[in-house]
Ligand binder design. Structure first.
Ligand code: ASP
Ligand code: MG
Length: 421
């Protein structure tokens, strides 16, 4: 059994969807589960809708729903000529449901909960279109709602998978369907025990593919991307970037952890535990060999560069000049965990603790407020985090970052990490 995952770029317009159809058509004899993300940049559009909902901007909400409607209807129209085809009423239904979600009056709903309730429509709309298109060209394929299978806790926007329940349902209910025909479903979304939609975190569809593959004991997972495979650097920034033929699970986990954007950090673990190979292939160049992630790949010999922009560097010291030791560290870490500020790199000296994190203003502001009574906090925004994995050269900061000042420098294991501002 195989699991394929197609991201937003691979279904961004009608031609892209046709290309996906072309790829899937080559596997009609196989047991195949296809996971699809929201089309193009529609998850960002839906995030705007969440904002408009939260700020109670009625016109803005209507305008965004109209834009979503125009976008998806245009693709559906391009793909399916018959105006009476049920795809059009299916899309209407979904969009009406979404309208109800954003127009409803709630007594007490958290931002994160409503976020998941709204954001899931990107994947729902997208999979409907791709499925109906494929059926219209005579591919035997069935649409299922991923929320019936991926069960999570109620940690909205970052749902934690309930593995035992998920595996049981996938094996008992989903597997027999895949034995009969190709099945298509959504990435990124799940459901908690109260029947609320949850999500697995932005870019979580790869993780969905890994979860399904794990539960199905799949042979392999293929992520179809607009790049040739996993590269040792972003080719948009590094002209000399090259594709990595293969990576072993552990190094892939490390690269993902440091922010290699091609691999979602949580994706590898479930695959590794069942020795399921991950292929990263190009949907543009279907027959080209991409990157294989497995347990037999030799250790990487190439230097890998990973750049994360939009970073904030926080330096935290005590007001009473006490050392940053266990007790203070524990209070500081508690605050990071409580306000969900994820640390990308950290360092501590006698009297100060530094952490580089993604710039999520609202969460950082709240955390600083909570810590301000006991700590002095300095904040430097607009930083870049450069990770050089397998660093070979002494000074390997790439030219285009050379004008920046090194704020933090750390070498641990195979990674050299620099925070630049
Ligand atoms: N559509 C979601 C996102 O853009 C999930 C994904 O694409 O993996 O974050
Ligand atoms: Mg996406």
């Amino acid at each position: 059994m195989k699991v394929f995952k197609f991201g937003g770029a691979s279904v961004k317009d009608a031609d892209a969807v046709r290309n996906v159809g072309h790829i899937i058509a080559q596997y009609t004899g196989e047991k195949l589960l296809v996971i699809i993300s929201a089309m193009g940049k529609n998850t960002n559009k839906l995030e705007e809708l969440v904002e408009a909902f939260w700020k109670n901007e009625t016109e803005k909400k209507q305008q965004i729903i109209q834009e979503l409607k125009d976008f998806h209807f245009k693709i559906a129209n391009d793909l399916i000529a018959d105006p009476k085809h049920h795809i059009f009423s299916d899309l209407e239904d979904l969009l009406m449901e979404l309208e109800c979600v954003v127009e409803k009056k709630y007594n007490n709903v958290s931002y994160d909960e409503i976020y998941d309730g709204i954001i899931c429509y990107g994947e729902l709309l997208s999979t409907k279109i791709v499925c109906d298109y494929l059926q219209s060209i005579d591919t035997k394929i069935k649409w299922v709602d991923a929320r019936n299978f991926i069960q999570t806790d109620s940690n909205f926007r970052e749902g934690r998978v309930k593995w035992a329940e998920t595996e049981e349902t996938v094996k008992r209910i989903l597997k027999p369907y895949i034995d009969r025909s190709i099945v298509i479903t959504q990435g990124f979304i799940g459901r908690d025990e109260h029947n609320n939609t949850t999500t697995l975190g932005r870019e979580g569809s790869d993780y969905s593919a890994a979860i399904f593959a794990y539960c199905l004991d799949a042979h392999d997972v293929t992520i179809w991307k607009d790049v040739a495979g996993v590269m040792n650097a972003d080719p948009k920034q590094f002209a000399e970037a090259v594709k990595l033929e293969s990576i072993n699970y552990n190094q892939a986990i490390e690269l993902a952890y440091y922010g290699a954007s091609v691999i979602h950090p949580k994706t590898i673990q479930p695959l590794k535990s069942k020795n399921i190979q991950l292929n990263v292939n190009s949907f543009i160049n279907i027959n080209a060999i991409g990157t294989a992630v497995n347990n037999t790949a030799p250790a990487l010999t190439k230097e890998c560069y990973i750049i994360k922009d939009k970073q904030t560097l926080l330096s935290i010291s005590t007001k009473n000049y006490s050392f940053i030791a266990e007790d203070n560290l524990s209070a500081i870490f508690d605050a990071f965990a409580k306000f969900k500020v994820r640390i990308n790199v950290m360092q501590n000296s006698a009297i100060s603790f530094s952490a580089c994190c993604d710039t999520k203003e609202d969460k950082i502001n709240e955390m600083i407020k909570a810590l301000a009574e006991e700590y002095i906090i300095e904040r430097q925004t607009d930083c870049t985090l450069l990770t050089i994995y397998n660093a070979k050269k002494e000074n390997a900061i790439p030219g285009f970052l050379n004008t920046k000042k090194v704020m933090l420098n750390q070498e641990l294991g195979m990674a050299r990490q620099l925070v630049l501002a």
